[in-house]
Write a new protein. Structure first.
Length: 566
């Protein structure tokens, strides 16, 4: 018997809907809630249990809704509160729970609190945000300098000058996303209130945006200098001094009162910290997203650094990181499992092989490798079709505030990267890759919209689309459906312990799951060549799933995934 307490969110498969790109019901080129409602039967057919809905709140859309202007209103392009309630009710009828995105590290600069806050130092909302004097007073054009050297995630200073009071406000993301001041108890009360408001409406949980960043080191010191002259904010912002206290308070005040699931987006956490955020006693969150395995190809070489590289992640490194998380959290916490999301490029392009020859096989292999690990799997919309990166050819195709920011800084202002190099990096890691519209069928614009989509549809939609896959037993869709069905049927897939195998292989990722005398054996070939493999030499047992019609003894064929139970 495993020590894990049995709960529904451990047994669930979560599907991420990025509303802007999912389904457009009225031809304005933007996905919306009625569009999502219409497509719920598709998700029910896939078999998922939970939808993580990226933000649908009223927003100026500087960061596609991760900049909220009103937490209790729906973005008009997405619909109304009635549309939301209708979607929620329909989802519940189909056995699908809805998890909302809580973006509470920051708001939009158009949120009422910020509009008040910037009015003056005496305003009752002043301390809702982080205001500081510059190191040198006065506006930047007269030589004024920000309170410290921190660089925002989206390029440029993390501080914005405000002439009305000759002070600067902190924004770890875009300047339209001022950071809330969690030191202020009134801010925390407001956040707990709005969470309870949605829980009372019937939502089933929260994915918490950059929750590891809500507590800042109140000294606001300069960070380690980067090549571009700015400094790192990481150590002073991530896993800050009061973060666990705040989350425990939130848990007491809201989370513990509802039967919901919570997953915290936790950049920069290590195992020990993760065990606290998602402790098995349940005093904080149910699980967190860690990002080590999707940061494994970050580059420090070349003229610019960080995520903007062109390196392909190496399987042994990715495997070593996930093996560490699998073993490290055993019995103490719970893993979330993902290859991609709305911030990460498409799985099959990044970790698999999106050429026509190998796309389907490698997409199925990746699904296998992930879904048999221990934890709750997350599917990004379109992943179940083997949707690929966009392969952008021009800057006009890019919409993301992060891409436009780094382009401006690295190509235009500093000239350290050429246009072509930047687009090559975008091709590899840009967030827009996973935000292109869902590919429903081979009608114009992939059946996503009858109008002009807000971002280009991937031209490969005529080949890769849901309509051609839902009833094809050999499709990626049908394969994912089978992975999800197996999880419902096999407690060992959920609760079995994870045992790494063949850790020296540079080609094969293999492991066992063990529960109550039963054993699942998983072998995944991450290469496009046949590899010898003796995992099943003894008693193989029953075949659970595989992506080839015939498994050849003694080898794994290119991108083969093969799973047995005995
Ligand atoms: C998270 C979101 C990302 C957003 C950022 C700021 O990382 O996933 O999309 O840009 O936070 O809210
Ligand atoms: Ca629409």
């Amino acid at each position: 018997m495993s020590k894990d307490k049995h709960v529904w969110w451990k047994e669930a498969v979560v599907y991420q809907v990025y509303p802007q790109s999912f389904a457009d019901s009225n031809g304005d080129g933007i996905g919306d809630l009625p569009g999502l409602t219409e497509r719920l039967p598709y998700l029910a057919k896939l078999g998922i249990n939970v939808i993580w809905l990226s933000p649908v709140y009223a927003s100026p859309m500087d960061d596609n809704g991760y900049d909220i202007a009103d937490y209790r209103a729906i973005q008009p392009e997405y619909g109304t509160l009635e549309d939301f309630d209708h979607m929620l009710a329909r989802a519940h009828e189909l056995g699908i729970r809805i998890v909302m995105d809580l973006v509470a590290n920051h708001t939009s600069d158009e949120h009422g609190w910020f509009l008040e806050s910037r009015k003056g130092k005496d305003n009752p909302y002043r301390d809702f945000y982080v205001w500081r004097d510059g190191k040198t007073p006065g506006p930047p054009e007269d030589g004024g300098t920000p309170p410290n050297n921190w660089e925002s995630t989206f390029s440029g200073s993390a501080w914005e000058y405000d002439a009305a009071t000759d002070q600067w406000y902190l924004h770890c993301f875009s300047k339209k996303q001022p950071d809330l001041n969690w030191e202020n108890p009134r801010v925390r009360e407001e956040v707990y209130d709005l969470m309870a408001w949605w829980c009372d409406r019937g939502v089933d949980g929260w994915r918490m945006d950059v929750i590891s960043m809500i507590s800042k080191d109140q000294r606001f010191p300069d960070g380690k200098p980067k090549k571009n002259g700015f400094g790192e904010y990481g150590p002073y912002v991530m896993n800050g001094p009061r973060v666990h206290e705040f989350i425990q308070e939130m848990n007491e005040r809201v989370l513990s009162r509802y039967d919901i699931m919570t997953v915290g987006e936790a950049q920069g956490v290590n195992l020990e910290q993760a065990k606290q955020y998602a402790n098995a006693e349940g005093t904080e969150l149910d699980m967190i997203f860690q990002f080590e395995h999707v940061s494994a190809s970050k580059t420090t070489a070349g003229s610019f650094t960080g995520k903007w590289g062109v390196n392909k992640p190496q399987m042994p490194k990715v495997r070593a990181l996930l093996n560490k998380w699998q073993l490290g959290l055993e019995g103490a916490s719970w893993n979330s499992l993902f290859w991609n999301n709305h911030d990460q490029p498409r799985a099959v392009s990044r970790f698999g092989n999106d050429s026509p020859e190998w796309r389907v096989l490698s997409a199925k292999m990746l699904g296998t490798c992930l879904h048999f690990m221990k934890g709750t799997p997350y599917i990004l919309q379109g992943e179940e079709l083997g949707m690929t990166n966009m392969h952008f050819t021009s800057l006009d195709q890019c919409r993301d505030v992060e891409e436009l920011g780094i382009y401006q800084q690295a190509v235009v202002e500093r000239g350290v990267v050429t246009h072509d190099q930047m687009l090559a990096a975008f091709d590899n890691v840009a967030r827009d890759n996973c935000r292109t519209p869902m590919q429903w069928d081979d009608a114009p614009n992939a059946g996503f919209t009858t109008g002009k989509p807000w971002i280009d549809v991937n031209p490969n939609y005529t080949e890769i689309n849901a309509a051609s896959q839902v009833d094809d037993p050999d499709s990626v869709f049908s394969y994912y459906r089978e992975l999800i069905r197996l999880r419902r049927e096999l407690p060992i897939m959920v609760y079995g312990t994870y045992v790494p195998l063949l850790e020296d292989s540079s080609a094969i990722w293999a492991y066992r799951r063990e529960l109550d005398g039963k054993v699942i054996t998983v072998g995944c070939n991450w290469t496009d060549t046949e590899q010898p493999c003796d995992l099943w030499d003894d008693d193989a047992g029953e075949v659970l799933i595989g992506n080839y019609a015939t498994h050849k003894p003694g080898v794994l064929q290119p991108y083969e995934a093969y799973v047995t139970l005995r």
